[in-house]
Design a protein around this ligand. Structure first.
Ligand SMILES: [Zn+2]
Length: 337
């Protein structure tokens, strides 16, 4: 168990829900920068599962799914505790973006853990989450989704740098979450990376997205809630049994990103939830880029290898170099039974 000397903020809370705000620092508008902490304490003892959402401010699907989960979770059936930060970077969210709008480098909260209480504002936020959540929990979910720009995702990431038992446990929990793809990824500076470094299993769902319309939003919210329930079952926090589905496993060597070389309007040929997981042959046309000034097609985007589509985008404007699609190379990917 990776625990610090300091007691958790929720120490002594009775069964049921509790809410508080973790104060970080004052802002120029006179308000306090504070992080919302939701806690559900179960009737029986058990592990504490930490969940962090909105590390990137435009990824709000996980928080809305968890709102539904918290409204329906029966604390009397729960063993242990849930501790959730629903908006990890309020400044990024207020800016409708991924990063903290401050006048210094290191503004992506996803890259600055464990943070620094005497660093810049982004590092202060990370330090507060490290102190009050990451170092107080038995497992951590660093929950991401597609954000603005119509990104569609359907995978769970776990940390390639973890070793031994913590890596095995991280993969087990990632699989329990149940998305079609499991990605052994590299994310130095992420909350889950820091959790692993102190012996706590952790993983990052990267699923669903923002502004995807009612059908896809409902689909991904349901998948998010099912995934969290299955992780709690795997941790022994809820009764029941859950077997992970067949999943495609790949690492960074198998990852092929398709990025337009020119800016324009991306007409996507793969923008349905069911398109993720599809096998695409090399040279399959994934989309095309239209110059909205000349109204001509200026680039065609194709699959570089025979593989499985694990990331795609809705049609819309893209800047050059933006990730538009991504494929897991079938020659390097494996099926997990
Ligand atoms: Zn993210």
């Amino acid at each position: 168990m990776a625990r610090t000397e300091a007691k958790p903020l929720w120490d002594g809370q009775p069964e049921g829900r509790w809410f508080t705000r973790i104060e970080v620092t004052s802002m120029l508008n006179g308000a306090m920068l504070a992080l919302p902490l939701h806690v559900v304490t179960g009737r029986k003892p058990g592990p504490t599962l930490g969940i962090v959402t909105n590390t990137h401010g435009d990824e709000f699907l996980p928080a809305t799914a968890i709102r539904t989960l918290l409204d329906t979770l029966d604390a009397s059936a729960l063993s242990g505790r849930l501790a959730l930060i629903s908006v990890a970077n309020p400044l990024a969210m207020a800016n409708f973006g991924r990063q903290t709008p401050e006048q210094h480098g290191r503004t992506d909260l996803h890259e600055v853990y464990p943070g620094n209480a005497h660093g810049n504002t982004t590092q202060m936020i990370a330090a507060a989450i490290t102190e009050h959540v990451i170092r107080q929990v038995d497992a951590l979910i660093d929950f991401h989704s597609g954000g603005s720009g119509g990104r569609l995702q359907a995978r769970v990431d776990y940390n390639s740098q973890a070793q031994g038992e913590v890596k095995r446990r991280s993969l087990e929990l990632a699989r329990a979450f149940g998305q079609p793809f499991v990605h052994e990824n590299e994310f130095a500076g992420a909350a889950s990376h820091h959790a692993n470094s102190i012996g706590t299993p952790a993983f990052n769902p990267e699923m669903g997205g923002s502004y995807l319309g009612p059908e896809n939003t409902a689909l991904y919210q349901r998948q998010a809630i099912d995934g969290l329930n299955n992780v709690m079952i795997a941790l022994g926090m809820l009764p029941g049994a859950a077997k992970p589905p067949r999943q495609i496993h790949f690492d960074t060597k198998a990852r092929r990103e398709i990025r337009p070389r020119q800016s324009g309007y991306l007409e996507s040929f793969f923008e349905r939830a069911g398109d993720l997981g599809k096998r695409v042959a090399a040279e399959t046309r994934l989309g095309q880029v239209i110059d909205l000034h000349t109204l001509r097609v200026i680039e065609t985007l194709t699959a570089p290898v025979d593989g499985y589509l694990f990331f795609s985008r809705y049609s819309g404007v893209v800047g050059s170099g933006t990730q538009a699609f991504a494929v897991a190379d079938a020659a390097l990917a494996t099926w997990l039974a």
